[in-house]
Design a protein around this ligand. Structure first.
Ligand SMILES: [Cu+2]
Length: 238
């Protein structure tokens, strides 16, 4: 009996350990549209981003910062304005979309250009839906701008940071890709294939995972930890 209980507790510890390890990859959120710097990194469009390519949703740090990397040295490449960041052409009205992999109770969202706050949206302390969109009015701005988007969590001291490079009133540009992209190159799978990490999925793509079929809700590049059952914002079970 004692042996059985020991075995049982080992199983429990193993399961608990798995949950703890799995959590960081699932947690948090980032600006997915227009693509933020971490989204470009995760999609392999910018070289030498460091480990953020595996978890673009994890740019988390204490509230009140005004940088792109949450003050976390692991994500410092995101704060490097000299890197060849792709720029998205936008109008003076532009809609930002956050994708959440963990939907934390939300105090509010803020958007900055330099020292100017160009957008504020209350979260009411509530848990957000899987994606949240805000439309900003950028009249008064033109040309290339770096927009800092901040998601302030309601029940912790932390916030999530995403920088988005835009060209207000102009076109977008994608610098020619560097010869040595650091993430695994993305590939496309035939319809109905098995889900795999590091694959670029379009809206409507179907995959199988764990015996179930899922349809892609939102174009993205898959990552370990974003398996369809773990990422309802990205995959709808059919
Ligand atoms: Cu989180």
């Amino acid at each position: 009996m004692r042996r059985f209980l020991t075995l049982l507790s080992m199983v429990f510890l193993t399961v608990a350990g798995t949950v703890v390890i799995a959590q960081p990859a699932l947690a948090h959120g980032y600006v997915s549209a227009p693509p933020s710097r971490q989204a470009h990194c995760a999609a392999g469009r910018v070289a030498n981003c460091g480990p953020i390519i595996y978890e673009p949703q994890s740019v988390e740090g204490p509230k009140g910062q005004r940088n792109c990397h949450a003050g976390d040295p692991r994500w410092a490449p995101l704060n490097d304005d000299s890197k060849a960041w792709p720029v998205t052409g936008v109008g003076t009205s532009v809609t930002f979309t956050w994708t959440f992999t963990a939907r934390h109770a939300t105090r509010d969202y803020e958007y900055y250009i330099g020292g100017t706050r160009v957008g504020y949206f209350s979260g009411g302390g509530a848990q957000p839906p899987p994606t949240v969109s805000h439309t900003l009015n950028l009249s008064g701005f033109s040309g290339r701008q770096k927009i800092l988007a901040i998601w302030n969590i309601a029940d912790t001291a932390m916030a999530f940071y995403s920088c988005v490079d835009v060209n207000v009133g102009g076109g977008g540009s994608t610098p020619s890709p560097s010869p040595s992209p650091s993430p695994t190159p993305t590939q496309t799978t035939p319809p109905g294939g098995t889900w795999a990490p590091n694959v670029s999925y379009a809206v409507g793509a179907t995959v199988t995972y764990g015996g179930a079929t899922y349809r892609c809700r939102q174009a993205h590049t898959s990552l370990n930890g974003w398996e369809p059952p773990n990422a309802p914002a990205l995959w709808q079970r059919l």
